[in-house]
Design a protein around this ligand. Sequence first.
Ligand code: UDP
Length: 240
Amino acid sequence: MKTNILGVGIDDLTLNEAIDAGMAFLEQDTFHYVVTPNPEFILSAKKDAVFRTILNQADLALADGIGVVYSAKILGRPLKGRAPGVDFAQGLMTRMAHTGQALFLLGAKPGVAEAAAENLRKAYPGLNICGTHDGYFKEDGPVIDAIRAAKADVVFVCLGAPKQEFWMTENGPKTGAKLAVGLGGCLDVFAGNVQRAPEVWQKAGLEWLYRLIKEPSRIGRMAKLPLVLVDAFGARLGGK
Ligand code: UDP
C-alpha cells in the first residue's frame, strides 16, 4: 500500500526494505522500474498527469527528499524516513557485487558514466558493470540496442526528471533488463564530480542546503520547493 503524498504514491519503506524489494524484482522475469520522488517531482506531477501516472504506476517509489518526509508528516501520514535514490543505488550495488548481476549506467555528460564505472568497480569489487552511455543522445534505438547487447539486468537511468521516468517506461521493457531505476544526478556523484553532503548534514535533513551552497545556481529550482509544504498544509486543513 502506497502513502499518498499530494497525489503521488510513496512506498513507506526503510532503505533496507527498499533494497530487498529491488533485489526481489531481479528474481522475476518481467520488467520493473523504480522512481525516487523529491518535492520537485511532486510539483511537476501536479501539473503533468502523464508524469503523475508514471510515478504512481512505478513498482517502487522512494521518498528521496526530506521535503517528501516533511510533507507526509504535515499530512498526518508519516513515513518511516527517507530512502534517497543514491543510497538505494549503493545498496543494490553492494548486493549485486555478490550476485554477479549486470549493471548498465545510462546518463550524464559524455565521459561521466565511464568515470563513474571506474570508481564503482573499485568501490564494489566484483560488481559487473556491463556498459555505459551518456545521456545526451538523439535516438533511443542505438541506446536500447547497446543495453540489450550488454545483457544488463539493471539500468541506472540518470537523465534528470521527468525525462528519465518517461524514458524508463517507454524504452525500459525493450532493453531486456529486469529493473530500471531513475536516479537523477547520481552518476555525477559516483564520478566524483559532485560531492554529497557530509553525513551530519544528511542526518539533520539539510542535504538540500549543502547542495544549494555548493551549486548556488540551483536557487531558482529550489525556491519553489517550500510550495510542496504549503500544499501539504493546505491539504491537511482541507481534510484531504
Ligand atoms: N542529463 C542527461 N541528459 C539530459 C539532461 C540531463 O543525461 O538530457 C543528466 C545531467 O547531466 C545530470 C542529470 O541528468 O547528470 C540530472 O541531474 P539533476 O541534478 O537535474 O538531477 P537531480 O539529482 O536533481 O534529480
